[in-house]
Design a protein around this ligand. Structure first.
Ligand SMILES: Nc1nc2c([nH]c(=O)n2[C@@H]2O[C@H](COP(=O)(O)OP(=O)(O)OP(=O)(O)O)[C@@H](O)[C@H]2O)c(=O)[nH]1
Ligand SMILES: [Mg+2]
Length: 339
């Protein structure tokens, strides 16, 4: 089946609201909500297609936009490439120029609407920020808190509390204190062998945990296929063993190669980090992916990818060009928040 190249737009206004539109009942995936856009025409440049579609469908003229997420999805009757752009500047008042209902909703509010199946990672990309901070290991809790305060003021919104020097009850105690003070300021990601017990708090797997969970799941599926009794919590059918997660919280993994990206995608993560893109201070001699390989790997998956390793906010536009959601980091993002 020939894949149709579709340009779609996550349009964000100055109040950080996002525009969605309802597809006509008779259309493909009719009656569902969508990000405005449509088919790229023969020989048309991607940006030109974006401008044309939003003029036709919403009566606005795009003045500022960049690629956000580029994915492929196969419906039973149609294969699409959803080439999604983030539009942050436009002239005119957006309205349903083809009679379609349109609505401005908050990023979190997108969860309340029903989109075509291809859109799940697009909704995630629309909700996730450009920078993903991992806290450096710090024994001085006051310094950690001061750094988090600065990160908040610098506009960081997504943070992994890693603290490799802590585990068990010492880590849990720190989590309690951090959430009490900064629970509402960031979307939090935690490490651990189990999904976090705090509501709304996300879980970030290391590459090693990702492989382990993947192998356990493959073993469970093999024994299910061989007629073994169902594991608790699983339902019959393909992919009978559901990925371990709690609703309404993010699930992510650290990936380093194509194999780990496939595992993460099949476990249904919301996003991944991909590293190391460049040599880092902590591992100066280690092999790194480089920009070209990073771009290829991002292109091979259908989910938001943060590039990690020797990168900071200065590399954001290069990361966007490679198709990434943005950059992740410890040192550069922590230092951005000032010492
Ligand atoms: N615009 C848009 N299309 C989407 C989204 N998600 C998704 O799966 N699609 C699919 O991508 C294709 C885009 O087609 P479209 O109907 O918008 O195309 P168009 O504006 O050129 O319309 P036309 O064919 O009536 O001229 C459809 O098959 C649609 O189901 C989305 O969020 N926005
Ligand atoms: Mg359309």
């Amino acid at each position: 089946m020939r894949r149709i190249h579709v340009i779609a737009a996550v349009i964000r206004d100055d109040q950080n609201r996002i525009l969605i539109a309802k597809r006509p009942d008779h259309a493909h995936q009719g009656g569902l909500w969508e990000f405005p856009g449509g088919k790229l025409e023969e020989g048309e440049q991607r940006f030109d297609g974006l401008v044309r579609e939003l003029r036709e469908e919403l009566g606005i003229t795009v003045t500022q936009a960049r690629p956000l997420l580029d994915i492929r999805h196969d419906y039973p009757d149609k294969s699409v490439r959803l080439d999604v752009w983030l539009v942050t500047g436009f002239d005119g008042e957006a309205h349903g120029a083809e009679g379609q209902p349109v609505r401005w909703v908050t990023a979190a509010g997108l969860d309340e609407y029903e989109f075509p199946a291809a859109n799940a990672p697009v909704v995630r990309a629309a909700q996730l920020p450009e920078c993903y901070l991992t806290t450096p290991d710090m024994n001085d809790e006051q310094a950690l808190f001061a750094g988090l305060q600065r990160a908040k003021e610098a506009g960081i919104r997504l943070v992994q509390l890693r603290q490799t020097q802590l585990s068990g009850s010492a880590y849990r105690g720190l989590v309690e204190r951090v959430l009490e003070r900064f629970g509402a300021d960031f979307r939090w990601m935690l490490k651990g062998d189990e999904p976090p017990e705090w509501p709304g708090v996300g879980w970030h797997l290391t590459g090693r945990q990702l492989r382990k969970i993947w192998e356990e799941r493959c073993a469970a599926e093999a024994s299910f296929a061989a007629g073994a009794p169902l594991l608790q919590g699983s339902s019959p059918g393909v992919g009978a063993v559901p990925p371990p997660r709690r609703a309404a919280s993010l699930f992510a993994a650290s990936c380093h190669d194509a194999e780990e990206l496939v595992m993460a995608a099949e476990l249904g993560v919301d996003f991944v980090t991909l590293s190391p893109v460049l040599p880092t201070q902590s591992h100066p001699g280690a092999t790194h992916l480089g920009w070209e390989r990073a771009r290829e790997l991002i292109d091979s998956v259908n989910m938001p990818v943060y590039l990690l390793g020797g990168l900071g906010p200065q590399e954001l536009s290069q990361a966007f060009e490679a198709g990434a959601q943005g950059v992740a980091g410890i040192r550069q993002l922590w230092e951005l928040a000032g010492e």
